[in-house]
Design a protein around this ligand. Structure first.
Ligand code: GTP
Ligand code: MG
Length: 545
């Protein structure tokens, strides 16, 4: 299959990687789409089956510029000024200002070099970004107040490897359909762009294709405009570590991209002096067709990957150990908890969206009981619908669990809003019938842990823990067991002596209340998962007779 170069609106801030700009995932059978918006370096690169299919214009990474000024000459000039060799005051001033300009240029070059940072094991160029938010007048539409939402956006930008140099917000009745913000605000941001050397402007809400285009035009130059969704997609793109996650992210990026493919080819008409009028429009159609084909191919590939995972899951189900899923806001401590309880080594760090792929590990309790614990992708407010849809299949694991453990960072000032945001996503996933347990994590970080613990005791189904220190983990396991018991059925079965392995499975997956040895076998009274109870049916009958 081959794909042609197409011109696309920017999906996200370009994270310039030194040396290997495109090849990070080259061995994976995925489509990798990276974009820049400068018309001179508009690129779409598609990688399939580990092969680079087509590449055009490699002029993407800003080349490191060599020092523009001759340091020696500059030092001599400076000496002359300080030694009073310059004859007149105007000469002095001229030399001074020339020196300042050259020094600034050299500092810029130095800071340019310093802006290459190691990010997720890759060296990336930190673009200077400026954040913009809109607060709706009288609207209780959003969970977070604008300042907090922008703070979170800054965290997202930092996670993506960008350098935030400023931010602003505006109160509006409703967003401007052309530019999202008002014209005065556009002008204000434009001045900030010049003053701060901004390269990317990030909006806290999803922008339409027209708004993106109009804003880029208004800001002028090479300034890139993107929105929260594109930024999150970019982080996911950087973090996707498995084949399935990479496919899901690529699909979400393309679906985000499709409606935004407009009017990018009008430069062709201008170059041809109007003789090829309509050519731009045609090219958009071609681009859209290419993208739709790619989306189709990706969906098929995802389907086959999922089939595989399902088969694996079915095999797992044959041993009916209850599955407990950890859900929660990003950075709440889900992976830390999984690691602590199971000795797993899932990446846990103080960054948003550290985890994308589910990881399942066995938890062995002190009383011999077991359950499987699954760590999942974190949620966030204003989670793009394209992403929820893309990750639906991964999150389906959640819908097959016996219990959902909602992990909350109780030390976070917006813990309550984060709980609401998580509940909102869970309601979209249709998992309301699964029992839930809430964990207030990071209790070691709050000012008054005792007060928080007392508050938790007053509530039903809340346990206080510190995943980091291990405090409260025994209570957590007991609470999980109690909750699991609610979803199990009571059985009394007579297990023949030659079925010893069944007896140990009952101990493993259920909660045994009593065992008695009789002439015909072992009489067991226990709570067991429904699926397993069915397996015991013949023995239950024996018991009844
Ligand atoms: N003080 C304190 N820090 C914690 C605790 N649990 C987790 N953390 C820290 O919180 C940060 C985020 O932890 P993770 O386990 O990566 O959070 P997560 O919920 O898996 O995050 P995502 O994968 O991004 O959704 C890390 O820096 C952890 O060390 C805790 O109980 N106390
Ligand atoms: Mg995690």
């Amino acid at each position: 299959m081959s794909f042609s170069l197409c011109s696309l609106t920017p999906v996200s801030p370009q994270i310039h990687e030194r040396n290997s700009q495109w090849s990070q995932n080259a061995k994976r059978s995925i489509f990798r789409l990276s974009l820049t918006n400068n018309s001179s370096r508009c690129i779409c690169r598609v990688v399939e089956q580990g092969l680079e299919v087509e590449v055009a214009s490699a002029d993407t990474a800003p080349q490191k510029q060599g020092p523009v000024i001759d340091t020696k000459e500059e030092e001599e000039q400076q000496q002359e000024v300080f030694n009073g060799v310059a004859t007149t005051e105007s000469d002095n001033k001229a030399l001074n200002s020339s020196y300042t300009a050259k020094k600034k240029k050299r500092d810029d070059d130095d800071s340019y070099e310093n802006r290459f940072k190691l990010q997720n094991g890759r060296e990336v160029f930190q673009e200077k970004s400026y954040l913009v938010g809109v607060e709706r007048k009288g609207g209780a539409e959003y969970l977070f107040v604008i300042e907090e939402s922008l703070k979170e956006l800054a965290q997202l930008a930092d996670t993506a490897g960008l350098m935030v140099v400023g931010s602003t917000h505006q109160k509006l009745n409703s967003p401007n359909p052309r530019t999202y913000i008002g014209s005065g605000k556009v002008a204000e941001i434009k001045s900030a762009i010049h003053a701060l050397g901004v390269e990317t402007v990030i909006f806290d809400d999803e922008l339409s294709a027209g708004q993106l285009r109009n804003l880029e035009k208004a800001f002028g130059g090479d300034v890139r405009v993107c929105d929260r969704t594109a930024l999150i997609l970019d982080i996911f793109n950087q973090r996707a570590a498995t084949h399935e996650a990479a496919l899901q992210v690529a699909l979400a990026q393309m679906e985000y991209q499709l409606p935004r493919l407009t009017k990018m080819w009008t430069h062709l008409e201008r170059q041809a002096g109007g003789q090829v009028k309509g050519m731009g429009e045609k090219q958009i159609e071609v681009d859209k067709r290419i993208l739709r084909t790619q989306i189709g191919v990706l969906k098929k590939e995802l389907e086959s990957v999922r089939k595989h995972r399902k088969q694996y899951r079915n095999r797992r189900v044959s041993v009916p150990v209850p599955v407990v899923s950890l859900v929660g806001y990003t950075n709440a401590g889900k992976s830390t908890l999984l690691n602590r309880l199971t000795g797993a080594t899932v990446l846990a760090e103080d960054r948003l969206f550290a985890t994308l792929d589910p990881t399942t590990r066995r938890v062995q309790m002190k009383n011999g009981g077991e359950f499987l614990l699954t760590d999942t992708v974190g949620f966030i407010q204003k989670l793009p619908t394209t992403l929820v849809a893309a990750f639906r299949a991964t999150l389906e694991e959640i819908s097959e669990s016996s219990l959902l453990v909602h992990v909350v960072d109780i030390s976070h000032p917006l813990a309550e809003q984060q709980i609401e945001a998580v509940d909102k996503v869970l309601s979209e996933l249709d998992v309301s019938s699964i029992p839930k347990l809430m964990i207030w994590n990071k209790v070691d970080k709050v000012c008054d842990p005792q007060k928080v613990k007392l508050e938790a005791q007053k509530r039903e189904d809340v346990v206080c823990i510190s995943a980091l220190s291990g405090n409260g983990l025994d209570e957590f396991c007991s609470a999980v067991q109690e909750k699991l018991k609610d979803s199990m059925v009571w059985v009394e079965a007579l297990v023949p002596f030659d079925k010893g392995e069944l007896l140990s499975t009952i101990h493993q997956v259920g909660m045994v209340e009593r065992t008695e040895y009789t002439e015909n076998g072992t009489l067991v009274k226990a709570h067991v998962p429904l699926r397993f109870a069915r397996l015991l049916t013949p023995m239950r009958q024996m018991c009844i007779s």
